[in-house]
Design a protein around this ligand. Structure first.
Ligand code: XMP
Length: 526
C-alpha cells in the first residue's frame, strides 16, 4: 500500500451555464440523446428519473428532455415524472415514453396499443408554424418504436404532426413550452430528428450558449486545483487517448505535482512506446516515469495460452509495477483516471452513482481499490469525440489524439497462443504494414489491425516450400465497439497488405481477411 489516506471526494463536474437535464426512464437511447444534444453544442447530463430532486436542482437546468422507456405508463408500477418537474415551469421535450408520461401526468389519455409500431413511418406535419417543427418538410421519415398511444390531449395541447397509424406523433403546449414526440428524433432513421432537437433547444428553450470544449478547460482546471489542493497525484498512462488527455489536463492544473507513470508492458504496437515518451517528456514536458517492464511481463506470460489467463496476469503485473513506482513518490493522495461519460452512464451500481466508477477492464483502472487514493476523473462527463478535441486543444500530438481503441492487455490479445518476443515482433511488423496501407483509404475504419494466429500453413517461396505463420487482418466500422461490421476495404488495399506482409515480414507466408460482423464474432480474436 502506498498511502492509507482516506478516499478523497471525486472532482465536482465542470458544468456549463445552460444545462439540459435528460431524465432517463430506462431508454435504450439515453446516451444517444445526450450525444445529439452535445452535437448541438448544448451541455447535457443524464440523470435517472427518480434521483433526489436536489441533484437536478444542482445543475440548474434550462430545460428537460424525458427519454423513452420499456414500460407502459398505465402499468401499476410504471416509473413516473418527479412531481417537482412540472412545478419548475421549465421547457420539456418528452420522447416516446417521455411524451406519454407527460401527457398522462397532465390528465390526457394514453391507451395500450393493439399492435406495436416499430420502424420507419411517414411523419406528416400539421402545424407548420410550430417552433418545434420549424423547417421540417410536410412529409418526412421518422422512426417509431411504441406500443401505447396518446388518444386524448390535456388542456393547452395541440396536435403538431401525425403518421398513418399514430394520430399524435408530435404534440405541444406552446404557452408552457411543453412538447412531446412519439418518434425518436435521436436516431439517424428519423430524417429531420436533428432539426427537431435543435428547434427544441434553441427555439423552444431559448438556449443561447454554445458549449465548447475550450470553455470546459478553464472550469476543469479550477476544479482539479480545488480538489487536489497542495497534494500530489499520479496518473497511469496506457498509450491511449483517454489517459493521455486526463494527464495533460491535470498537469495543466497542478503542474509537476502530477507524476505520470507509463508502465511499458512491451505489448504496445510498433513505435508506440517511444511516441508516448516523446509526447509527454519532450513535447509536453510532463513529469514522466517510464518503466520498461516488458521482460517482467514476458516472463509472467511465458507458456500461457488461455486469453483470460493472459488478461489476469497482465492486470496483476500492471498493478504491481504501478504500485512499486507510485510508492517511490512522497505525498501522493490522488489517482487520475481517464474514465469517460459512457462508462459512468453504463454502470448503474450504487458506487458509480456516488461518483466512484472504476473501469473493470485491465487497463489503468482497478488501481484505487488497493491504493486508497482519491480519484480525479476530469473526463467523466465527456464523450470520446469531445475527449479527442480536448486533447488537440491541450496540444497533444495528433497520433495520440487519433489513436484507435486499443485493448489494455495490448498485443497479448492479438498474438493468439504463446506470447514471445519473436512472435510479438512478427505481429508488430505485420500490423504496421496493414495500418499503413489501410490509412491510404478514403474513409478510415473505426478499428483496424493484424492478428497473429497460432496456425502455420504451406506455401512456396522462390524455389522452395515454406511452412510459416498465418496473419489475419481485421478492420471494422462501429460507433462504440458494442456492435461492428467488417469494413469493405478495397481489393487493391487488401492485395497490397498481403503482398507486403509476406514479402517484408519474415515468418509469414499467408494473409487472410476477417469478414465476420459483431455479433456473432467479437472485434478482437483473443
Ligand atoms: P470485443 O473484442 O469484445 O472488443 O468485440 C470491443 C472493443 O473493446 C476493445 N477491448 C478492450 N478495451 N480494455 C479496453 O480498454 C480491454 O481489455 C479490451 N478488450 C477489448 C476492443 O479493442 C474493441 O474496440
Amino acid at each position: 500500500m502506498i498511502d492509507s489516506a482516506d478516499q478523497k471526494a471525486t472532482a465536482q463536474p465542470a458544468v456549463a451555464r445552460e444545462t439540459v437535464v435528460i431524465l432517463d426512464f430506462g431508454a435504450q437511447y439515453s446516451q444517444l440523446i445526450a450525444r445529439r444534444v452535445r452535437e448541438e453544442q448544448v451541455y447535457s447530463e443524464i440523470l435517472e428519473y427518480d434521483v433526489p430532486w436536489s441533484e437536478v436542482e444542482q445543475r440548474n437546468p434550462s430545460a428537460f428532455i424525458l427519454t423513452g422507456g420499456p414500460e407502459s405508463v398505465v402499468a401499476p408500477d410504471a416509473p413516473h415524472l418527479p412531481p417537482q418537474l412540472l412545478e419548475s415551469g421549465k421547457p420539456i421535450l418528452g420522447i416516446c415514453y417521455g411524451m406519454q408520461e407527460l401527457i398522462h401526468a397532465l390528465g390526457g389519455t394514453v391507451v395500450p396499443g393493439e399492435t406495436r409500431e416499430f420502424g420507419k413511418a411517414e411523419l406528416v406535419v400539421d402545424a407548420v408554424h410550430s417552433p418545434l417543427l420549424e423547417g421540417l418538410p410536410t412529409h418526412s421519415q421518422a422512426w417509431m418504436n411504441h406500443g401505447d398511444t396518446v388518444t386524448e390531449l390535456p388542456d393547452g395541447f395541440q396536435t403538431l404532426a401525425h403518421t398513418h397509424t399514430c394520430a399524435q406523433a408530435a404534440v405541444g403546449d406552446p404557452a408552457r413550452h411543453w412538447y412531446g414526440v412519439q418518434f425518436h428524433p435521436e436516431v439517424k432513421h428519423s430524417e429531420h430528428g436533428k432539426r427537431v432537437l435543435h428547434n427544441f433547444l434553441r427555439k423552444v428553450a431559448g438556449i443561447t450558449e454554445r458549449w465548447e470544449i475550450s470553455s470546459f478547460i478553464d472550469r476543469a482546471v479550477e476544479e482539479i486545483r480545488a480538489q487536489v489542493g497542495d497534494a500530489r497525484a499520479v496518473c497511469g498512462l496506457s498509450g491511449g487517448v483517454d489517459s493521455a488527455v486526463a494527464a495533460t489536463l491535470v498537469a495543466r492544473a497542478i503542474g509537476d505535482r502530477l507524476t505520470c507513470i507509463f508502465v511499458d508492458h512491451g505489448l504496445l504496437r510498433k513505435d508506440e512506446a517511444a511516441q508516448v515518451v516523446e509526447a509527454f517528456r519532450d513535447v509536453l514536458h510532463l513529469n514522466l516515469v517510464h518503466v520498461d517492464a516488458s521482460q517482467r511481463f514476458l516472463n509472467a506470460l511465458a507458456g500461457v495460452i488461455d486469453p483470460e489467463e493472459k488478461r489476469k496476469i497482465i492486470g496483476r503485473e500492471f498493478i504491481a509495477v504501478f504500485e512499486e513506482e507510485a510508492q517511490k513518490i512522497d505525498g501522493v493522495e490522488f489517482l487520475v483516471q481517464g474514465t469517460l461519460y459512457p462508462d459512468v452512464i453504463e454502470s448503474k451500481t450504487p458506487q458509480s452513482k456516488a461518483g466512484a466508477k472504476i473501469k473493470t477492464h485491465h487497463n489503468v483502472g482497478g488501481l484505487p481499490a488497493i491504493m486508497a487514493l482519491g480519484l480525479v476523473e476530469p473526463l467523466r462527463l465527456l464523450f470520446k469525440d469531445e475527449v479527442r478535441e480536448l486533447g488537440r486543444q491541450l496540444g497533444l500530438p495528433e497520433p495520440i489524439v487519433k489513436r484507435q481503441p486499443f485493448p489494455g492487455p495490448g498485443l497479448a490479445v492479438r498474438v493468439l497462443g504463446a506470447v514471445t518476443e519473436e512472435r510479438l515482433a512478427v505481429l508488430r511488423d505485420a500490423d504496421a504494414i496493414a495500418r499503413e496501407e489501410i490509412e491510404k483509404e478514403a474513409e478510415l475504419p473505426w478499428q483496424y489491425f493484424a492478428v497473429l494466429t497460432p496456425l502455420q500453413s504451406v506455401g512456396v517461396m522462390g524455389d522452395g516450400r515454406s511452412y510459416a505463420n498465418l496473419v489475419a487482418i481485421r478492420a471494422v466500422s462501429s460507433d462504440d465497439g458494442m456492435t461492428a461490421d467488417w469494413s469493405r476495404l478495397s481489393a487493391d488495399t487488401l492485395a497490397r497488405i498481403a503482398t507486403r506482409i509476406v514479402n517484408e515480414v519474415h515468418g509469414v507466408n499467408r494473409v487472410v481477411y476477417d469478414i465476420t460482423s459483431k455479433p456473432p464474432a467479437t472485434i478482437e480474436w483473443e
